[in-house]
Design a protein around this ligand. Structure first.
Ligand SMILES: Cc1cc2nc3c(=O)[nH]c(=O)nc-3n(C[C@H](O)[C@H](O)[C@H](O)COP(=O)(O)OP(=O)(O)OC[C@H]3O[C@@H](n4cnc5c(N)ncnc54)[C@H](O)[C@@H]3O)c2cc1C
Length: 610
């Protein structure tokens, strides 16, 4: 059975040593963060994840969810685990105290999210989506929703969902068909079908608050194939009256749940809206006039905010699954005996050496570890940038640009790498990895969805290349190049750091060349941008994690010298940093070459030729 130990030492290192939490007191939510409070959160979350959530991961996968006549039952133990989760206050960790939450910044809550994703991704998605939903309601909901609904979601008494996808569209939401009609009392009646809704129906909570996008027909009763009439609504499973008293069952029913490859303990629901009572979020949109393209409704901004937060959350899922897969692969390689070390037997009295002696096994393990720790630092740094963006600091605009630029990179690169890492971890098990009882193949199956939902990774790459690079005259990539380039200017001459700074400098130069090439050739022919987008996103991901490893290496070099007797932690950091420089940065020239190949060959491909 797989095991999981929360990587608390790494969280402490990142928070206290690399990002120096005590120097961030001026940031929103950081003022109240005492060392004891942070330590309490970390150790209690670790206990919850190790002792309650992780032991249900494999059994939940085996059993899956059960569907009968619109009712969904989660696997054995999930209800009790959810109760413990809610009672522990974990559902409202980041919500403001005024809503009953703990008001912790995402710099801290990110660690809890990662731990719960490692322990049990299928479980963690129920409260994870709920948090995204109540955050949107806190932003766009009416006062009565904030008074009567949000606190019950924050406490975990109720959960929430995000309902975007329909049978004929997930990426291209212009094509959605779900529609609403306004009623005399200001509410709307919603009709349509949403599919693939995570946690869309279950038995964990008394009510489910669905956050739904749907179209308001134009004055002729027609819905258009564009986003101009799309609005954002709240649709509770059980109606809540505006004074907070409970109402009857609403017209939203679960038609079925999907049988699927992974996260089998998370109910992926088909939801049928049949004259369901819906409340619009945000101000009433101006009616769409013939021939004009109205801007999207204000409520939609709440939805985009919810999706942005969720994208970072999915990137963290990539880290979480890679961490737990790595831990198990390492444990296996330290137990399994197979062959001898290439330089001669390490344990001549035993029939074979431990699997860990083989360089290729070490390559796979270090690939996982170097990704997990580097990516975790980038994710934490991004949450810090998000906090700076909401502060009075002079660099707040730059911080906002960087967080925005890196959101698709974190979503796509970290989930691609998370899947890669889970797959490598499975390889360390040999044939035993393919056998269900050993539990490691579940990580591969679970990790796979992270690359697709919350915007397929290819679509994230198009967001980066097609929107983020050029916005505000290229302000975001310029801020990025100035930051990383500035760090290299300051540290590049230090001989002790040459092993790290030189490769990152090489990667950064190639990334700049790729950016220039896309600016020149992607605008002239958008197919060039589309053809190179995925490689460009990976290039930026590799350079960003590489830069973070260079920063960590600088710190670890200093700390190692200062604490020689207890230096193994810092030594290990330097090994992981070197791995990234030697094995990942060399991908950069290849990626640039692929980007420069452009779109011609891809567009010349004739799918009709046998
Ligand atoms: C287990 C699971 C849970 C989910 N949970 C939720 C949820 O809670 N709420 C919700 O609303 N949805 C959810 N989804 C839906 C998910 O977000 C969509 O499946 C995803 O966004 C892709 O949409 P689609 O399936 O319609 O694929 P399509 O939009 O048909 O796209 C198919 C493929 O085409 C490519 N593609 C499409 N457009 C472009 C483009 N512009 N540029 C480049 N490539 C492109 C991509 O490779 C994409 O994978 C979930 C899905 C699954 C399987």
């Amino acid at each position: 059975m797989p095991v999981y130990r929360a990587p608390l030492q790494d969280y402490r290192f990142l928070m206290n040593e690399l990002f120096e939490i005590e120097k961030q007191k001026d940031l929103p939510g950081f003022g109240e963060l005492s060392p004891d409070l942070v330590e309490d959160v970390l150790t209690n979350a670790a206990r919850l994840c190790e002792e309650i959530l992780q032991p249900l991961n494999q059994s939940g996968d085996e059993e899956g969810c059960h569907y009968e006549n619109g009712v969904v039952r989660t696997p054995k133990g999930f209800k009790e685990a959810y109760k413990a989760y809610a009672q522990g206050g974990w559902s409202g960790l980041s919500a403001p105290a005024s809503f009953g939450g703990s008001g912790l910044p995402s710099f801290v809550t990110m660690t809890v999210a990662e731990m719960s994703q490692s322990a049990n991704q299928a479980f963690a998605m129920y409260p994870g989506l709920s948090m995204a939903a109540y955050s949107a309601l806190m932003g766009a909901g009416a006062p009565w929703m904030k008074e009567h609904i949000v606190p019950r979601m924050v406490s975990g008494e109720w959960t929430g969902t995000m309902c975007l996808t329909e049978p004929n569209c997930g990426t291209d939401l212009r094509l959605m068909k779900t529609r609403v009609v306004e009623q005399d009392d200001g509410t709307y009646k919603m009709n349509g079908t949403k599919i693939f809704i995570s946690g869309g129906e279950h038995d964990l909570a008394d009510n489910i608050i669905h956050m739904v996008i749907a179209k308001i027909p134009d004055e002729n009763g027609a819905i258009r194939d564009d986003l101009s009439t799309v609005n954002f609504f709240m649709v509770p499973k059980y109606i809540v009256k505006e004074d907070g008293t409970p109402g009857p069952r609403n017209g939203v029913m679960c038609g079925s749940i999907e049988k699927k490859m992974g996260i089998r303990a998370n109910a992926t629901a088909v939801l049928n809206f049949d004259d369901a009572v819906a409340w619009r979020l945000g101000p009433k949109p101006e009616p769409a006039k013939a021939g004009e393209k109205p801007s999207s409704a204000a409520g939609m901004r709440g939805m985009f905010g919810m999706m942005n937060a969720a994208r970072l959350g999915v990137g963290v899922q990539g880290i979480g699954v890679a961490e737990v897969a790595y831990q198990n692969a390492l444990a296996y390689a330290l137990e399994r005996r197979v062959g001898h070390a290439l330089t001669g037997p390490k344990e001549p009295d035993k029939p074979a050496d431990l699997e860990i002696v083989h360089p290729d096994v070490r390559r796979m393990l270090l690939h996982c570890r170097s990704f997990v720790e580097g990516a975790r630092a980038v994710a934490m740094w991004t949450t810090l940038n998000m906090a700076i963006a909401n502060s009075n600091r002079a660099e707040r605009e730059t911080a906002a640009l960087l967080a925005d630029l890196l959101t698709p990179v974190i979503k796509a690169f970290f989930t691609d790498m998370g899947f890669e890492a889970a797959n490598m971890a499975m390889q360390c098990y040999g044939g035993h990895g393919y056998i269900r009882d050993n539990g490691v193949e579940q990580f591969v199956r679970d990790a796979r969805i992270n690359q697709t939902y919350e915007g397929a990774n290819g679509v994230q790459a198009m967001d980066l290349v097609g929107r983020k690079l050029g916005r505000k005259g290229g302000a975001a990539p310029m801020a990025y190049f100035a930051l990383v380039g500035g760090w290299l200017d300051d540290n590049g001459a230090d001989e002790k750091l040459a092993l790290y700074a030189k490769p990152v400098k090489r990667g950064l130069d190639l990334l700049q060349q790729a950016t220039l090439w896309l600016a020149q050739n992607g605008i002239a022919n958008p197919d060039n941008a589309g053809a190179g987008a995925v490689d460009y996103l990976r290039l930026m991901g590799i350079v960003t994690v590489g830069w973070m490893w260079a920063r960590i290496a600088k710190l670890a070099t200093e700390k190692r010298a200062a604490h020689p007797p207890s230096s193994s932690f810092y030594e290990a950091k330097l090994v992981s940093a070197r791995y990234w420089m030697e094995r990942m940065i060399p991908e950069c020239p290849m990626l640039l070459e692929r980007i420069r190949a452009g779109g011609e060959t891809l567009m010349a491909f004739d799918p009709m030729v046998a």
